[in-house]
Design a protein around this ligand. Structure first.
Ligand SMILES: Nc1ncnc2c1ncn2[C@@H]1O[C@H](COP(=O)(O)OP(=O)(O)OP(=O)(O)O)[C@@H](O)[C@H]1O
Ligand SMILES: [Mg+2]
Length: 255
């Protein structure tokens, strides 16, 4: 079974950045094969990974339903086979990491059987990898929709603000309330500049969330982002990538 690492958190806290840095660090230690899942409907993880924009699972679902409605879906092919084929085609194969983008989530109710099939197909696909890294959309929607499932490590990303921490607390509470299998949950504070102010540190300590790491604000991350360059090529000497690497050194052996 693959080890699944998922990222969650308030908008703009650094989930996609940290996801890319985790992938970079896993590749550096030769821990493959690796599947990245972009579970944010506004598909953008491919940019951080330097890959082309993939066709999304949402688009595949819409396409199949449209074809079925117009009677264009052949009878000789099962929906399972059709979707498996399409999902494999949509997989953006990088040199060392493959990417699957989820796209828009399902509408209400009527698509359920298709989603069930898709979940099964994605689970089967994920099983062929050593690591799966899931970059989620902001907020808690994905947790309440239970699209985040069976996670070995849920990293909740916050910025160094009390408001960010409250959001992190809400996500942690929700993740432990519902039947999502999250084996371990940890907090990442991203874009830290210098020492954390005492009240903020106290709030972090009082959160009851195991701290994973503080990721420093890193000018090189900003530079690459501004130029649209993939973060995956971030220099190993950059403070943000070093923090993520050190965190994985500590945490990976325990997963
Ligand atoms: N450690 C860091 N140092 C400098 N800039 C950072 C750092 N982490 C994130 N950023 C910047 O902050 C912005 C938001 O980061 P990112 O897109 O990773 O957040 P997100 O949580 O994925 O956002 P969204 O909720 O929109 O998906 C980006 O411009 C990114 O370059
Ligand atoms: Mg993001």
């Amino acid at each position: 079974m693959p080890k699944t690492i998922a990222l969650a958190g308030k908008g703009g806290t650094g989930k996609t950045t940290i996801a890319a840095l985790i992938i970079r660090s896993l590749l550096k230690r030769g821990a493959g094969p690796l599947l990245a899942i972009d579970a944010d409907p506004s598909t953008n993880l491919h940019l951080a990974l330097g890959l082309a924009e993939p066709l999304t699972v949402g688009e595949i679902r819409e396409q199949m339903l449209a074809e079925a409605q117009q009677g264009q879906l052949g009878v000789s092919i099962s929906r399972h086979d059709y979707l498996t084929h399409e999902v494999r085609l949509a997989l953006e194969e990088g040199e060392r990491v493959d990417l699957l983008a989820m796209g828009r989530p399902e509408g209400q109710g009527c698509y359920c059987p298709v989603n069930h099939l898709l979940r099964q197909i994605i689970d089967d696909l994920a099983r062929t990898y050593a690591y799966v890294v899931v970059d989620n959309e902001a907020g808690m929607e994905h947790i309440s929709r239970r699209t985040t499932r069976d996670v070995d490590l849920l990293l909740i990303v916050t910025d160094p603000t009390l408001r960010g921490l409250r959001a992190a607390e809400g996500i942690a509470a929700l993740a432990s309330e519902i039947e999502v299998q999250v084996k371990r949950m940890m907090l990442i504070v991203d874009r830290v500049q210098g020492e954390l102010p005492t009240p903020l540190q106290q709030a972090i300590d009082g959160l009851g969330l195991e701290p994973a790491t503080l990721v420093p604000a890193d000018a090189e991350v900003n530079r690459l982002d501004a130029l649209g360059e993939p973060l995956i090529s971030l220099d190993g000497a950059s403070p943000a990538s070093q923090a993520v690497e050190a965190m994985l050194d500590r945490v990976l052996p325990t997963l």
